[in-house]
Design a protein around this ligand. Sequence first.
Ligand code: AMP
Ligand code: ZN
Length: 460
Amino acid sequence: MLKLYNSLTNRKEKFESLNEGLVKMYTCGPTVYYYQHIGNMRAYIFMDSLRRVLKYNGYKIKGVMNVTDVGHLTSDADSGEDKMEMAAKRENKNPYEIAKFYANIFFEDLKKLNVDVPENITYATKFIPQMIEFVRGLEEKGYTYKIDDGIYFDVQKFSGYGQLSQKDLSKKGNTRIEENINKHHPFDFALWKFVPENHIMKWDSPWGVGCPGWHIECSAMGRDILGDKFDIHTGGIDHKTVHHEDEIAQNDALAGHRVVQRWMHNEFLLVDGGKMSKSLGNVYTLSQLSQKGFTPMDFKFFCLNTHYSKKINFTFEGLKASSLGYKNLKNLVKEHFLGNSVVKDEVIEKYSNEFLQAINDDLNIPLAIGVVWTMLKNESKSKQIYELVCKFDKALGLELDNIEIEKKEEVPQKVVDLAQKRLVARQNKDYALSDRLRDEINDLGYSIKDKKDGFELEKL
Ligand code: AMP
Ligand code: ZN
């Protein structure tokens, strides 16, 4: 039985899809205004584990991941500048070029991490009509109001507001100084924002020229592709309190019922115990790790050794230890590939069950990796174990099936002939000839070691 945690109920629950054998799932994707850092990549490694475990359990997936190429402001709420416009100014390009450049790098990184990419990748700028239609729907139902800088969602009209983040509408807190004080409630959020003339990314709408709010993007793209009832929505824990709470409000207000059945969040990756920040100089990308000699798979292995719901403290010492562990693991896999022992069916069954239990217990990948270690270390070297690891790797995505078996290069016949002549010379105690033959062998790029009744040749 597959159990998955649900952030809405704060419980692990048995997973059953709405449609038999098919899981419809939405993942909040990147805002492509800069390089995605290794913390962001943890969110997609989590998505990868979830997709793989669902598939391991026999489900097909209809997945969506958005690429936010407009509408995400520098604050996650409704203030600040659009991140894309800001990057365009910084790099003296237009926002579409910025989006293309950073999205390409992002998808290359996913490939290097062997991440199972969702079936549908949706760029926000390609779904503006659907977003406008969504907002119109909310307007018709009376959930919106207009003020000087945009169209807002009225959270006090939606009775379920706060269900995910346990926010209490009566505790208003302070509206941040830079936010619009004309909002009816501090938690109200923009659905459509009017933008200044010089904004490059802007569209016509029934309310005036502007661009969509960040939250409506995910709601509209999810609805367009997955419909108004789907199984899972994922994202990083930072999105739980605002972005996802607001998505629920929009979705459920329009549909009149619960749209997303289960919310799942990955915890944060911290660096040296704290948040990554540019001022501390500790915002790393995958390519920066590569420059320091660590592969993307070293990083993935590092992440997978902690449960997705726990914080990870990233340090280079930790990554180094993981990298070593990963190499050792792959070496053990190789030994089994080359092994000739025969393993009993009960043994295979035992490990298969243990592995399945681990991954089905809310994606306990660290425990599942533990099962793999135990099996590889304790069982005599056998191809059956190798094949089982390859099967397990479908859920782990660690490329354990991709082992390099170095073929011993054949020594050229000419070198072997010289070595044989040298053996005879040594047996005849003709050391001058023997030395000359050694030099000739060395010149051809081989070293020769004398053994009791023979020799060993090795490439220099
Ligand atoms: P963004 O581009 O800011 O929307 O972030 C992309 C994804 O990365 C979102 O799901 C975030 O929640 C997630 N995320 C951002 N920072 C971290 C971090 N340090 N650790 C884990 N996930 C993160
Ligand atoms: Zn989102």
